[in-house]
Design a protein around this ligand. Sequence first.
Ligand code: AMP
Ligand code: MG
Length: 399
Amino acid sequence: MSALTPLPEALQHILAAAPLPPPAEPCPLPDARGRVLAEAVTSPIAVPGADNSAMDGYALRADDAGLALPVTQRIVAGSCGEPLEPGTAARIFTGAPLPPGADAVAMQEDCTLRDGVLNIRTGLLPGENVRPRGQDLAAGAEVLPAGWRLRPQDLGLLASVGRASVDVYRRLRVAILSTGDELVEPGSGELAPGMLYNSNRYTLAGLLAALGVEVVDGGIVPDDPGATRRALQDATAGSDLVITSGGVSVGEEDHVRAQVLRLGELSLWKLAIKPGKPLAFGHIGNVPFLGLPGNPTSVYVTFNLVARPFLLKMQGATSLVPPVLRARAGFSVDRPGGRCDYLRVSLEQTVDGPVARRFDNQSSGVLSSVCYSQALAVVPAGATVTAGDPVDILLLDLF
Ligand code: AMP
Ligand code: MG
């Protein structure tokens, strides 16, 4: 309990305990953004379905490019031409299928047309300005694998092979509880001395919604053992996961750990990350439970580093972690820390690439450090940094 646990170790334990994804259900394409594919989609057709013109111009045999060519037909997108006789050309527009016999397209800018006869000012190679059949997807090719989280461009790709609906995993329901006697909901009046507005609820609900999760808000839970136990128990009803903020330290007013232990089982870690030391994971009955720290910045960081990959795995997704990028440090760290530090930074674009500028106040209570930054710069435990050193970067908006 007293030693610090490196994040990868805790994450491995937590991910191994992720339940199987929920059952699949059909989902109309317009509603499928952010959902995770439960089927491997193959294409019944080639895309594009025929060799077609990449330009407005003239279709011909590339070998005929040096000749004067009578223009014998006109082919627009959505129509099909007649077979092209050798020594002739067809007027053709972008996206229109090449007529049988043609193997290249001359751009209209390179052509002169006089009395229905075409002359081309340049040579042409076979295939020039032609989009070959199946260059995007061959018939029978896998379009997207199961476990793929659908983005707008993926919906476009699925539509391009004719899919109007896809099988996706059922949406997860996640209950959130905000623990703390000091918490007041914004909108419910002015703050009495010692009180503060519940911000974690909004950060968490938004992060969950961005993952396509249905959020069940269990509200504020007072620092009381009975109230905490009842709220935890209630939160499990119909939920795939319960997430709490606060109350997981080992202080006298931290009741979450003890009450989860009464209702189920739990591991508590002091994670070797900054911000975000205490983190609990367990089960209430058979519903997984994640206890995040209370500090608003710690909530954001631990959600993204731990809860997000866990939820993605529960959703059936196969890609669980964001890409790690590189920037040059615009700061220095002289004293090595005992924990891996996720510094809130802004990225300044310079001719030598991005430079990470450290936000002044890195306190775990300062939520504006997340809002006024663009990325987290990762400084490993035990490391020092000299300005100009390369540092790993996690982009906040990719989270
Ligand atoms: P705890 O882990 O419960 O001791 O909380 C750590 C710190 O986070 C305390 O300063 C709390 O006031 C603060 N905190 C806990 N929950 C919230 C919340 N929902 N919104 C804003 N701050 C919170
Ligand atoms: Mg508390």
